[in-house]
Design a protein around this ligand. Structure first.
Ligand code: BGC
Length: 548
């Protein structure tokens, strides 16, 4: 008997999803800004890489106050990036090659240029237009103090005053006013947006700050004077984040998603404790939640093992699989993280333009390769970030007058922000923009990008690109079972078996470990003298055990 498919048997369960940051991927029209047609031109590259789906960071009309996470219109494409027709072409090109498209949905806030916010500004306090956002009177004699001590994730107060004296809430930049999800109109609007894209053929959604939508707005507003997106308690009773009520929203979304064939998928971006994260991933809700534990992990075997165990167990409990992420558009690239001395404070390092600690690109390269090969060997879904397949490092020394991240300005130059991982990709070694564009790129690319150009890696068996392609090819052909069994290994080494005779040894920092008997399927660096050296991962098919 066939039954309606749900998130429990979704294509996304074990998918490899490639994140494209559209303005920095490929520029096909020569204005220095990446665009949709540029992505379509690279569908062959993505197919050859071997990913199952592409996740597009926001491509909507936007003033780019926060890299596009300030959306003016949820049903359109930024004219600088193309048209709705271009997006239809991209969907068709991906589908033709058997790949899916996931788009970013930003439901916590709109941009301040969104028609709703413009209407709110033109309307009186207490009006239905203002009730879609969080407007409040201020404190103090003339209401000159913000309504609460809440702070913006990018620095400064989370409240901005408008000319008539009221204040509005923005957990991120002032150009990103928070919506009020206790208003039914907001729910209906996002259901309609999700239907709009699902009807156009979009296969899934990445839900931006999924844990922030419902807030405790009862008076007096509760105190929370810490950085807004900080880890939240496990109680579900933080005033701003991860409140229990948020799940009703995603249950309603799931009902919509399941009306499609195949059901639309979704992944929550929710910076919450592991035990709470999986609530968003329940089959009755989004089906997946980002697990950022590896992205925050030091290069250490025990840490990796603990993270892997916890997340596989938690995911199983929720009926989902785990997700795995090493890099994305918000963090220092993992080839750089693993090339910095242990314990380096990344914010301070960025602030020093990469001078406060010395990066060892070779160690970073080896560890990034080894980490990636561990991640891609895990059951569940892996999310890759554009450029990591090239082994790209962080650009830590972008001239300050070229920085775009609101974090830099809003923090009064005490936090550098995330531009260093958003620099347009090097496709070739050619000027002026390494094949990204025929114009200068919107964020400056360093000369050393030439060493990472895709064109020089494509035919080089030892390159990072070749490793990713081979790992993804093997991953497809090997068992897609969802179990992992640990085998004994000395300190500093992880060893596990996947279903159907596929095994993995990852030597983090231990002594050289003997290459296990069997066929080596993949090695992140050459194996000589019969040993797996430190900073190396090997996939192998163990020798068949003699049967009794
Ligand atoms: C996105 C960020 C963005 C923020 C506000 C996130 O978590 O990944 O890039 O700045 O949401 O929308």
């Amino acid at each position: 008997m066939s039954s309606t498919p749900t998130a429990t048997d979704s294509w996304a369960r074990n998918a490899v999803v490639y994140q494209v940051y559209p303005r920095s991927f490929v520029d096909s029209d020569g204005d220095g800004l990446g665009n949709i047609a540029g992505i379509t031109a690279k569908v062959g590259y993505l197919h050859d890489l071997g990913v199952d789906a592409v996740w597009l960071s926001p491509f909507y009309p936007s003033a780019l106050a926060d890299g596009g996470y300030d959306v003016d219109d949820y049903r359109d494409v930024d004219p600088r990036l193309g048209t709705l027709g271009d997006l239809d072409d991209l969907i068709a090109a991906l589908h033709e090659r058997g790949m899916k498209l996931v788009v970013d949905i930003v439901p916590n806030h709109t941009s301040n240029r969104h028609r709703w916010f413009q209407a709110a500004l033109e309307s009186a306090p207490g009006s239905p237009e203002r009730a879609r956002y969080v407007f409040r009177d201020g404190l103090g004699p003339d209401g000159e103090q913000p309504p609460s001590d809440w702070v913006s994730h990018f620095g400064g107060p989370a409240w901005t005053r408008v000319p008539d004296g009221q204040w509005y809430l923005h957990l991120f930049a002032p150009e990103q006013p928070d919506l009020d999800w206790s208003n039914r109109e907001v729910h209906d609007e996002f259901l309609s947006v999700l239907k709009f894209w699902s009807d156009r053929g979009v296969d899934g959604y990445r839900i931006d700050v999924a844990h922030a939508l419902t807030k405790d707005l009862s008076e007096p507003l509760r105190s929370k004077p810490t950085v807004a997106n900080d880890a939240t308690p496990e109680t579900g009773d933080d005033p701003l984040f991860d409140r229990d009520e948020v799940h009703a929203i995603y249950e309603e979304w799931r009902q919509l998603f399941d009306q499609y064939d195949p059901p639309r998928t979704a992944v929550a971006e929710a910076w919450v404790p592991a035990s709470r994260r999986v609530l968003y991933a329940r089959p009755t809700e989004l089906g997946q939640a980002f697990n950022f534990d590896l992205l925050e992990a030091s290069w250490d075997a025990d840490t990796y093992q603990r993270i892997i165990d916890t997340n596989i167990a938690n995911a199983a409990e929720s009926g989902a699989t785990s997700t795995w992420v090493l890099s994305n558009h918000d963090v220092v690239r993992h080839a750089t993280r693993y090339g910095l001395p242990a314990g380096t404070d990344l914010e301070s390092w960025l602030l020093s333009d990469g001078k406060s600690a010395e990066e060892d690109p070779e160690i970073g390269r080896l560890r990034a390769r080894a980490a990636t090969a561990v991640m891609l060997a895990l059951p569940g879904s892996a999310y890759l970030y554009q450029g990591e397949e090239l082994g790209l490092r962080e650009v830590a020394d972008i001239p300050h007058d070229r920085l775009q991240d609101p974090m830099w300005l809003r923090s009064e130059h005490t936090r550098k922000g995330r531009d260093g991982c958003r620099v347009p990709l090097p496709w070739t070694t050619e000027a002026p923009a390494f094949g990204f564009s025929t114009a200068e790129a919107h964020l400056p690319q360093p000369a050393w990008f030439a060493d990472y150009a895709a064109s020089t890696q494509i035919d080089d068996q030892a390159s990072s690109l070749s490793l990713y392609r081979e790992a993804l090819r093997l991953r497809r052909s090997l068992s897609a079972g969802e179990t992992l069994t640990w085998q004994e290994a000395p300190a500093g080494v992880l060893r596990f078996d996947r279903t159907d005779g596929w095994s993995v040894v990852a030597n983090f920092s231990g002594d050289p470990f003997p290459v296990p008997a069997g066929e080596v399927l993949l090695a992140t660096q050459p194996l000589s003298d019969g040993v797996v050296p430190a900073n190396t991962t090997v996939w192998f098919a163990p020798e068949a055990q003699p049967r009794d």
